[in-house]
Design a protein around this ligand. Structure first.
Ligand code: NAD
Length: 244
């Protein structure tokens, strides 16, 4: 085992309050493309454009074609050893709080229980007219765009570009960040705010900041350690090191 992993596990074992922040990169190993990676294009459009409130309002059918394609892809694939390792870590460490920018639901599917989904979840649909919310795992959806029984347009309960984050999840996540003494950041380019501020809030509390990402990011400069590797390769080793 590398010296870096041993040191990371030693720090993790000595900590009392773990905050984890994950981004699209942790699901890359499950076959879900990131937005800013080399495969981040869909129909020549950028993820940020497709996942915008503007597109949903201007062209609900096109927006829904992309949501549907993403939902089909997520349904066809499954959580990877990175997600499973974090669920195992939560069992060992009840102090762990997992915050994610992902909307694929893979952390819960992997068995994580205390998950702050900062950007919502693709499987919940909300009516834009009456506000009714339901879980809906149909993928593909028969007729696009889907409609509510009241006739209103349904949308995924995710935070689209141009929208505010859910206040409750955000406040909960920042409260945890301000108390944490170990912050693990996995698979995020840390350019989407305010989620990108969470590691900084933890660091201000004196937390040890560990980044796991195959590439260096904006965070790498002030992280205490960056392990350059994929989530599926590194996280199971980290949890194993903690157990041994
Ligand atoms: P991002 O696309 O900006 O960055 C992805 C990061 O993951 C990059 O730094 C990349 O180097 C890293 N990465 C790539 N492969 C990896 C691997 N195998 N293991 C670990 N890291 C890896 O992602 P972001 O910072 O999360 O921001 C994108 C936004 O788009 C988020 O708000 C999220 O809601 C949304 N999004 C979600 C999903 C999903 O739910 N799976 C997928 C795409 C985008």
């Amino acid at each position: 085992m590398s010296k870096q992993l041993q040191e990371a596990a030693r720090r993790l074992a000595a900590s009392k309050n773990i905050l984890v922040l994950t981004g699209a990169g942790i699901s890359a190993d499950s076959g879900i493309p990131t937005f800013r990676g080399k495969d981040g294009l869909w129909n020549n459009r950028r993820g940020e454009e497709l996942a915008s409130i503007d597109l949903l309002l201007e062209d609900p059918k096109l927006a829904w074609q992309w949501y549907d394609a993403m939902r089909v892809l997520i349904a066809k694939n499954k959580p990877n050893p990175g997600h499973l390792a974090l669920a195992a870590l939560e069992k060992m460490r009840p102090d762990l709080a997992l915050t994610t920018q992902n909307i694929d639901g893979y952390h819960s599917d992997a068995g994580s229980r205390r998950v702050f989904e900062l950007h919502g979840n693709f499987w919940r649909l909300r009516c834009m007219a009456c506000g009714k919310m339901d879980e809906n795992r149909q993928a593909p959806i028969k007729e696009l765009p889907p409609k509510c029984a009241c006739g209103g347009l349904l949308r995924p309960d995710i935070v689209l570009y141009g929208e505010q984050l859910p206040v409750e999840a955000l406040e909960g996540a920042f409260a945890r960040a301000r108390e944490s003494d170990f912050c693990l950041v996995v698979g995020t380019s840390c350019v989407v705010y305010p989620a990108a501020l969470l590691p900084q809030a933890a660091k201000r509390n004196g937390a040890f900041l560990l980044e796991v990402n195959p590439e260096n990011t904006q965070l790498s400069e002030y992280a205490d350690m960056t392990i350059n590797g994929t989530a599926a390769a590194v996280l199971p080793k980290l949890v194993h090191a903690l157990q041994s």
